[in-house]
Design a protein. Structure first.
Lengths: 448, 434
């Protein structure tokens, strides 16, 4: 017989696993034991992201991260060596961190970690390898930017910031060309080789000696220095405004509406993330319901914060059928205005609270996900129980908190609208929206 | 003797049941607590579509989220999202799957939602949601195919690989014209024809006892009747070889010349398929692969793809496709790259070293292990192994299939299948600068 819809029972309480911290030499191992998880996730975190690069070496972090894959013997030998252990190399430079690591099966961890340490601390850094990687990275910039949504996201930095953030993380298609092999070697020697960093280890650690692991990875490196934070200034120009990046013949437009936001340490996370979830963080959020589920303009629309140590960005993004571009822009602004004016519904508040309270076992159901949370904790100097603290923040969250967050954190009057699409057909309709002045640029002109 | 990379600790703790209405249930333990992953594999995909109705299985997948006899449009997504759960669905040639990962206490609600849309979808379907989701899917097509450089590659590959009228000739996304032609009656008949408990494998990965899970599934799904009629499946037999090389050359706005090469290889599940998969890993999976070493590092004429130059598109009911794809470096002509790739492919037939094969096995095992290391990945793999092979344990033991395949067997597979007569080429070249 057909059943009636069941009521949800009570959720079990969840606590993020308490990490074990082991100080080894000048570094720290931060470990979480997940019995039964045969794949170990290992991440070495250094606080040398793109944000602290000198302006005459933009892209050196990203390039170094790539070059490490050439390994201690050079000539792209690292990944094949790790592949034989069933291990996977992880290297990721973002704005605030330089992260290297491995995902490896537990029974091959020792071999793989030996190779990993050599790769991070003692890479060959051959000039030929570096030039090859640099040229590949330069070419890849335009290969990837041939996708409209990628081009739109990369166009954003120059609209919101001066200084380092105005150029894409990997140095863009121009600045990176100036990075020499000597510059990469010097950067590596002064940062990744010199400083211990923090080693995150997650998985079934029953047979793993964390001190030995730490000794192998840290050696006699120094403790990482303090970082200085300075907030970058915005570029001149009227706000809000519209930038059309011309992509002739596009059947869809990639649309990003973005503005600056406070830094990670300045925002109250449950309020900020909560209001973003109501607007565009979930499938059932307002933007997706309007642009996809009511109007049928898009395959999906969303929003989120990109919160860095010294500043932040809030953005909404979607790809819409070309002829609906202008209406998609005005509809998005209407959704923000409505949220700011009328606030959230009780149902939306409940969804935000519940999803961030009871959903944690789902969010952290793999070693990789737990390792990701620990990396976040290290990069942003957060307490080890950060996940539980944030959850506690959601437990206390009220409609009033979200309503004030809508006004405080959503700033349409400071927004830049970036549209990647067919400029000839878009300029008129976008001008008619009255959002702000419309400027048309070619992609090639953005990073000269 | 090759040793498996790791022990598959969960093997042997899988339980399988068949309900009276034909629903197959598989349960397995999760390696982290407090979550339940639910995965339904329905045995319907784009191979079941008839001419004039391409893209329908996938459009239908969208409609499964649009309300039922007992729920409103959007309810299903909303219920899972407010649990902080993961939810989605996907359609391929061979199947459509729906999946959720939620905190364990929500398992009953998920089972009810899934059973409800299986039993009462037709009562909630309206012209309005059909029209809306048709627009959404058309935008999905624009986003993934038409507005992406090389986005039409797969469509072109399938067109060359399988003859007109063959059920794999068209891509799952379908054509704009056929999407326009979808009507409400056909939506309802499609549900009746394909969505029955007897056409579903339900996999649940959780930390609950399997008897407990079975009782819950009986409660929510037990009343749903099996289908009256089993639909005929369009004939997937290939009667003539490809007769290659067959080509499709495209000149359009792309950032670099792109080479896509395909070969028909044995169907997924056959030993010849496993040998071909190892050949593809030797050739183009990982940075130790031949294509990466030769064309990205040594020469270097191909763009750095991190070692993803070759892979297999697995089809259970007809020949699979071994696909090779690389993009040219700046200033490198597409012809040069194509010739170099074809030379590397041809060299496989000259012999494969044991250490190359070891690396290839390790890469495939690693990827398999990664996939089953999350509860949702494990549920998906079990669903696949049960739906396609009626053997859930294969999810854990699959890497053993590669263990006793020799370098000579892989070489012989390359010699047999990776030949010009069995080859398709799709070439993209940038428009000449004005």
């Amino acid at each position: 017989m057909q059943q009636t819809r069941p009521d949800l029972g009570a959720a079990s309480s969840y606590s993020f696993p308490k990490p074990e911290r082991v100080r080894v030499g000048n570094g720290t191992v931060v470990a979480v034991d997940l019995p039964g998880q045969q794949l170990i996730s290992l991440r070495l975190v250094h606080p040398f992201g793109g944000a602290v690069e000198p302006l005459d070496a933009m892209g050196v972090t990203a390039l170094t991260s790539e070059v490490l894959e050439d390994g201690p013997d050079g000539n792209s030998s690292l990944a094949p060596a790790l592949e034989r252990y069933g291990a996977e190399w992880v290297a990721r430079a973002n704005w605030d961190g330089f992260i290297t690591g491995l995902d490896a099966p537990i029974n091959r961890l020792g071999d793989a970690v030996g190779l990993f340490s050599d790769a991070v601390r003692r890479p060959a850094l051959k000039a030929d390898d570096i030039v090859r990687r640099r040229d590949q990275l330069l070419e890849r910039f335009w290969l990837e930017a041939a996708s409209a949504s990628t081009l739109a996201m990369r166009s954003l930095g120059g609209q919101l910031f001066t200084g380092r953030y105005a150029t894409p993380l990997a140095g863009g298609p121009v600045k990176l060309a100036d990075i020499t092999p000597e510059r990469v070697a010097a950067f590596h020697a002064d940062t990744i080789a010199a400083y211990a960093g923090t080693l995150v280890v997650v998985g079934d650690l029953s047979g793993v000696d964390l001190e030995e692991l730490g000794r192998g990875v840290f050696g006699d490196t120094a403790a990482v220095p303090e970082r200085r934070i300075t907030e970058p200034a915005p570029p001149p120009g009227e706000l809000p405004r519209v930038l059309v990046v011309d992509r002739p013949g596009s059947v869809q437009s990639a649309l990003v509406i973005a503005h600056r936001a406070p830094s990670r340490s300045q925002v109250e996370l449950p309020r900020a993330e909560g209001i973003s979830e109501v607007l565009g963080g979930m499938f059932t959020s307002r933007l997706n319901m309007e642009l996809r589920e009511r109007l049928g303009y898009t395959y999906g629309a969303g929003s989120r914060f990109d919160l860095r140590r010294d500043s932040g960005v809030f953005f909404m993004s979607t790809q819409v059928e070309a002829s609906t571009t202008a209406h998609s822009v005005t509809s998005s602004f209407e959704q923000i205005a409505k949220l700011r004016a009328s606030g959230v519904t009780e149902d939306e508040l409940a969804a935000v609270r519940e999803s961030n309270i009871v959903g944690l076992p789902v969010a952290y159901s793999t070693a990789r996900a737990v390792a990701g949370a620990l990396v976040d904790i290290v990069v942003h100097d957060l307490p080890d129980d950060n996940v539980d603290r944030v959850r506690a923040g959601y437990e206390k969250l009220t409609a009033q908190d979200l309503n004030s967050a809508a006004v405080e954190y959503l700033r349409p009057e400071e927004a830049v609208v970036v549209v990647v699409g067919d400029a000839e057909s878009l300029r008129g309709p976008l001008t008619e929206t009255g959002v702000g002045p419309v400027e048309v640029r070619s992609p090639e002109s953005l990073w000269s | 003797m090759h040793a498996l990379v790791t022990t598959m600790g969960t093997a042997g703790r899988v339980d399988q049941y068949t309900l009276d209405n034909g629903l197959r249930l598989v349960t397995a333990p999760a390696s982290t607590g407090q979550v339940a992953s639910v995965n339904l594999w329905y045995g319907v995909g784009s191979r079941h579509e008839v001419p004039g109705r391409t893209g329908f299985a996938h459009l239908f997948e969208h409609l499964m989220f649009q309300g039922t006899g007992n729920t409103e449009k959007g309810d299903h997504f909303d219920a899972v999202e407010r649990l902080g759960g993961d939810i989605n669905a996907s359609t391929s040639t061979d199947r459509t799957n729906y999946f959720e990962t939620v905190p364990t206490h929500a398992l009953d609600l998920i089972l009810w939602l899934e059973a409800d849309r299986l039993a009462t979808l037709r009562e909630g379907m309206t012209q309005e949601v059909l029209d809306n989701q048709r627009d959404v899917v058309k935008n999905e097509r624009r986003q993934r195919y038409e507005n992406q450089p090389y986005g039409t590659a797969l469509e072109r590959i399938l067109r060359l690989a399988y003859p007109v009228g063959h059920p794999y000739h068209h891509p799952t996304i379908g054509s704009m014209a056929d999407l326009d032609a979808a009507d409400l009656d056909y939506v309802k008949s499609f549900h009746k024809l394909h969505y029955g408990p007897d056409n579903c494998v339900l996999t649940i990965v959780s930390d609950l006892e399997s008897a407990d899970v079975l009782a819950r599934v009986e409660k929510y799904f037990g009343h749903i009747p099996a289908r009256d009629d089993i639909p005929e499946v369009p004939d997937p037999v290939l009667r003539v070889p490809m007769g290659g090389p067959v080509r499709d050359s495209v000149t359009e706005t792309v950032p670099a010349a792109g080479v896509f090469i395909g070969f028909r290889v044995p169907a997924y599940g056959e030993r010849g398929h496993d040998a071909a998969q190892l050949a593809s890993a030797v050739l183009g999976q990982g940075q130790g692969s031949r294509l990466y070493r030769s064309l990205v590092v040594d020469r270097p004429i191909a763009a750095d793809d991190g070692g993803a130059g070759a892979d297999i598109l697995p089809f259970r009911y007809t020949d699979s496709l071994l696909l090779v794809n690389m993009l040219a470096r700046e200033g490198v002509d597409g012809d040069i790259l194509e010739k170099a790739i074809r030379e590397e492919v041809a060299k496989l037939a000259d012999g494969i070293a044991d250490d190359e094969l070891e690396r290839a096995r390790a890469v495939l095992e690693r990827d398999h292990l990664h996939h089953i290391s999350s509860p949702s990945g494990l549920a998906d793999t079990i669903g696949s192994c049960t739906q396609l092979f009626d053997d859930p344990e294969l999810a854990f033991t699959w890497p053993r299939r590669w263990a006793d395949i020799t370098a000579e067997e892989v070489r012989a597979a390359a010699e047999r299948f990776l030949v010009d007569e069995n080859m398709l080429v799709v070439r993209f070249d940038p428009e000449a600068e004005a």
